[in-house]
Design a protein around this ligand. Structure first.
Ligand code: ADP
Ligand code: MG
Length: 256
């Protein structure tokens, strides 16, 4: 089956749940498996940008220029350090974008419009969302075919989830009726703690077959890799973190 421009928003308004880690490593594995992938960084912190080896200081343009200035995305896309993985970078400039968009007509669909020009060039488009349910995340959901929710296996993991699901439903009803839930990804699992095990059970009870079989363990290699500007499988291919993100990539591609 050929996939064209399948767009997955990776969102959760909580910070530190592994949205960016997932966007970078899922994107990198899909591209290493031969898929043409575009990673879209919509967080002004630009962690996904750095995480795939792009120096923010070297950039002339970023996503800001596409959504505020109307620059075609093709002029903004850069190559990452990973073959077949392109990037729409984000810099701190993006921080003011949400406010600048107030009053702009169709402001929830600006990212969708920008992506429409390049969708056919890629098999997968992954959107790394900021830690909020603001206009940027709404834009991501409006542009996406599906939502992937990372959930950290920690206390308070499920807090705030109903707000995220309400936003998901609102977008389905008002902006993007074809949006579906891709799946829920359990992250930073620590099998030595009862808490991690409880969170897994709780999430499975709620989301059933929508929970990815791949459960991402806490793995120090995953947290070290970004400081080298490398996805984990480039940094340490044999690490457990690399292995499990590979399993996730296969699930997303529909091969078990
Ligand atoms: P978010 O984008 O949701 O804010 P990040 O992907 O930036 O979250 O992850 C938050 C922090 O946790 C980062 O420092 C990251 O390197 C680290 N991290 C993410 N996943 C794991 C993991 N499975 N094991 C260990 N550290 C992780
Ligand atoms: Mg992030």
């Amino acid at each position: 089956m050929t996939v064209i421009g399948k767009t997955i928003a990776i969102a959760n308004q909580k910070g530190g749940v592994a949205k960016t880690t997932t966007a970078v490593n899922l994107g990198a594995w899909l591209s290493l498996m031969g898929k043409k992938v575009l990673l879209v960084d919509t967080d002004s912190q630009g962690n996904a940008t750095t995480g795939v080896g792009v120096d923010k200081n070297s950039l002339e343009k970023c996503l800001y220029d596409a959504i505020i200035e109307g620059v075609p995305l093709r002029e903004i896309i850069v190559q990452s350090a990973v073959e077949n993985l392109d990037l729409v970078p984000a810099t701190i400039e993006l921080a003011g974008a949400e406010i600048e968009l107030v009053g702009v007509p169709e402001r929830e669909k600006i990212l969708k419009a920008a992506l429409s020009g390049v969708k056919d060039d890629y098999e997968y488009i992954l959107i790394d969302c900021p830690p909020s349910l603001g206009l940027m995340t709404i834009n991501a959901l409006a542009a996406a075919d599906s939502l992937l929710i990372p959930i950290q296996c920690e206390f308070y993991a499920l807090e705030g989830l109903s707000q995220l699901l309400n936003t998901f439903k609102m977008v389905q009803q008002r902006l993007n009726s074809s949006l579906v839930l891709e799946g829920v990804l359990l992250t930073m699992f620590d099998g030595r703690t009862n808490l991690s095990i409880q969170v897994v059970e709780e999430v499975k009870k709620h989301f059933r077959d929508k929970v990815f079989k791949a459960i991402i363990p806490r793995n120090v290699r995953l947290s070290e890799a970004p400081s080298y500007g490398k996805p984990v499988m480039v940094y340490d291919r044999r690490s457990r973190g690399a292995e499990v993100y590979r399993e996730l990539a296969k699930e997303v591609m529909g091969i078990e």
